[in-house]
Ligand binder design. Structure first.
Ligand code: FES
Ligand SMILES: [Fe+2]
Length: 509
């Protein structure tokens, strides 16, 4: 067998033309095929006929080729296979040219590869999440006491947000500097005065400095560490931290621009509209795994077009319709945005903007579920702010939430909802926030629809030819702010910023 490569992760298997010109297949996953089996063996077990045709076509078109297959889960089992990536080789692997995957059409065409290619995913983690971004890690009120921590992720790296003894907050990586063990296991907890690894008890300050370990000098002069071991250089990875009105952000890049500059004045205005400096308190949490690429989740919250069509609950009860008074605002760098609407009639049955509703005779018995009590000094009943790369701040009626998108491989992400209110909320407001939280979350009357549609998207684009693209021309081709909702301009803006950060060439508008 020739031309085997170290394969990226999240790969199900691959086929390769062998030295004698035959096609062999090798699987990384026992459910897919027997290692070394002939292509027709997996063909009859796993590969749908249309995929097989493409495989043969590609292999015949070149003297040698490597085609990476990705198993697609259905009903909890891998029972079909998508072509994930094709390398045509003349002795040397052809690298993917990231600039060329984008057409000249700027960001009105989004290549399906960026939702499924493991090489691109690995670069996203490096360039976006571990690069010069400010990443959400939590709310300050979640760690009120000295030693309290919240465990979270930036990209796929685990971090701890810790309240230090002096009252300030540190963020360190949750990986021991000795041999890599996870330091804290709970989602929340208290470290005590120091962080101690459960494996060999290496001990760190709450800032991550290594302060000691058992048997440092061995026993009776034998064993232990050499005298040249430098404790100062063996601490935990410590992240740069900024806190904005109770919201904690961190960056792996200590030279990142200040957070306010990163957000820009327009986004700061809407960020501080919600986080106005009042003390925060958590109302509840939800976590859900959604099997689609993390960017599809970010797109969803930048896509008012879908909300007035997909979400029958919103349309039926007038919470959101495409003809409502609205505003979509994009920042100068195009990666952040906020969309907001003003709720009008509750009885939307007579005028739904032409959109069909499922059950015209449905009514609500508890109207408080959808009645906003305007609390921010304006008429906005829904605002959704998306901050690059992966934070959503949502205020729908009086349910307030951060939605944190955690990538879990190219085809999956975890969505973590933190519902919050303010320390000075009275019981009635707290009840209202809790009741209206039924609109949101994994089983929310509204957001229930999104997870399903997003998984349909990932399933639909799996196995697409390398040059296939999504078309984003609703509302034109630009990425500008506007005063209507029938637009994909916020998504086009997101990919402008994405291309810049990923080094995928300058997008043309
Ligand atoms: S791995 Fe943490 S002390 Fe050894
Ligand atoms: Fe939605």
């Amino acid at each position: 067998m020739q031309n085997l490569f170290r394969l990226p992760f999240h790969i199900g298997g691959f086929v390769v033309r062998n030295d004698s010109g035959h096609i062999d297949c090798v699987s990384m996953d026992n459910s897919l095929a027997v290692p070394g089996a002939r292509l027709n063996t997996i063909e009859c077990h796993c590969i749908p006929p249309f995929v097989t045709e493409r495989l043969f076509h590609r292999l015949q078109a070149s003297s040698s080729a490597l085609i990476i297959l990705k198993p697609v889960p259905r009903h909890g089992r891998f029972c079909t296979v998508a072509i994930c990536r094709t390398y045509v080789m003349d002795g040397i692997q052809t690298p993917l040219d990231k600039k060329d995957i984008w057409s000249d059409a700027g960001t009105t065409r989004v290549p399906y590869q960026i939702y499924q290619n493991p090489e691109i995913y690995a670069e996203e983690l490096e360039h976006i999440f571990y690069g010069s971004s400010w990443n959400y890690v939590g709310l300050e009120c979640e760690v009120p006491e000295s030693g309290d921590y919240r465990r979270n992720f930036i990209g796929e790296r685990e971090i701890l947000m810790i309240r230090k003894n002096d009252g300030s907050i540190s963020v360190v990586e949750n990986r021991c500097a000795h041999r890599g063990a996870q330091l804290c296991q709970g989602l929340f907890g208290n470290t005590g005065a120091a962080l101690m690894c459960p494996y060999h008890q290496w001990t760190y300050t709450l800032d991550g400095e290594l302060t000691g370990m058992p048997f440092k000098r061995g026993i009776k002069g034998k064993g232990g560490l050499n005298s040249d071991f430098d404790m100062k250089t063996r601490g935990l990875t410590n992240l740069k931290v900024e806190i904005l009105n109770g919201v904690v952000f961190a960056s792996f890049d200590h030279d990142v621009v200040p957070l306010e500059e990163y957000l820009g004045p327009d986004m700061m205005q809407y960020f501080t509209r919600i986080f106005d400096g009042r003390g925060l308190r958590v109302v509840g949490y939800e976590r859900q795994i959604i099997d689609c690429n993390w960017k599809l989740q970010m797109e969803n919250l930048k896509d008012p077009y879908h909300a007035g069509i997909l979400h029958l609950f919103l349309i039926s009860f007038g919470l959101f319709r495409l003809d409502q008074e609205s505003k979509c605002l994009v920042d100068d760098n195009k990666g952040h945005s906020v969309l907001m609407t003003i709720k009008d009639s509750e009885e939307g049955n007579e005028d739904t903007g032409g959109v069909r509703i499922a059950a015209p005779d449905f009514t609500l018995t508890d109207h408080d579920l959808i009645q906003p009590l305007l609390e921010f000094g304006d008429r906005i009943s829904l605002s959704i702010q998306t901050l690059f790369p992966s934070l959503i701040i949502q205020a729908q009626c009086n349910t307030l939430a951060t939605r944190h998108v955690l990538p879990k491989g190219p085809g999956s992400h975890e969505l973590v909802w933190t519902f919050f209110g303010f320390e000075d909320d009275d019981d009635a407001m707290n009840d209202r926030r809790l009741r209206q939280a039924n609109l949101m979350g994994s089983a929310g009357y509204v957001t229930l629809d999104d997870a399903e549609a997003l998984e349909f998207s990932q399933l639909g684009l799996a196995g697409s030819p390398e040059d296939e693209v999504a078309v984003l021309e609703i509302g034109g081709k630009d990425c500008e702010s506007n005063d209507h909702l029938v637009t994909e301009s916020l998504i086009r803006g997101f990919y402008m910023r994405y291309r810049d950060v990923m080094g995928h060439g300058k997008a043309i508008t």
